[in-house]
Design a protein around this ligand. Structure first.
Ligand SMILES: Cc1cc2nc3c(=O)[nH]c(=O)nc-3n(C[C@H](O)[C@H](O)[C@H](O)COP(=O)(O)O)c2cc1C
Length: 171
């Protein structure tokens, strides 16, 4: 399947990037095509709520920033993986922007399955992120294949890698 991973951490060698890479490695080993986009390195503004897209824009966003690179990838993705650190008890801002900029097309056309990879320092801080993720799965008519979280003592460990391998097997 065609898998798109949106990686939201600005830390290129951080824990979320590692989780995304492990997912990619396992998925490629299983024969899937995987694209990872570090959205934290892109310039993607928040939605302006101008409604241009739902009027004159006919589905196109008025803002011409790096989201333009992402729209075609989102349109072709069959599996969408959100990978994000927890910032202030929810998904980091860097991943919220591209999610909310999907407002112009309402839903990614081919996404059938989703997964969430999340890292944090503390345990028990995932409720906000998982609630949003579950709402998104419903809203975008995608099957939830599962969630892997990694708090500080679970990061870059063999156990977390194994959980990610098991998650990939659910595609
Ligand atoms: C701005 C900011 C806010 C954070 N907020 C939380 C938080 O609310 N709860 C928590 O457990 N960790 C929090 N953290 C820690 C990160 O979630 C944690 O270090 C995570 O593993 C970072 O992932 P990364 O290595 O991919 O960047 C925060 C870090 C930053 C920079």
């Amino acid at each position: 399947m065609n898998i798109l991973i949106l990686q939201g951490s600005p830390r290129a060698k951080g824990n979320t990037a590692w989780m995304a890479e492990e997912y990619k490695n396992a998925a490629e080993a299983a024969g899937h095509k995987v694209t990872v986009v570090n959205v934290a390195k892109k310039h993607i503004a928040g939605c302006l709520a101008c409604e241009y897209c739902h009027g004159k824009g006919n589905g196109a966003c008025i803002q011409k920033d790096d989201m333009q690179e992402l729209y075609p990838l989102m349109a072709e993705a069959e599996v969408l993986v959100l990978a994000a650190p927890i910032y202030y008890f929810t998904l980091c801002a860097q991943i919220q922007a591209p999610i909310q900029r999907m407002y112009c097309v309402m839903e990614p056309a081919k996404v059938k399955k989703m997964a969430l990879l999340c890292s944090s320092y503390s345990p028990g801080v995932y409720d906000g992120a998982t609630a949003e993720y579950h709402y998104l799965c419903n809203y975008w008519h995608a099957e939830d294949t599962g969630i892997v979280t990694a708090k500080v003592d679970e990061q870059k460990t063999e156990q977390t890698k194994q959980k990610i391998v098991e998650l990939v097997a659910k595609i």
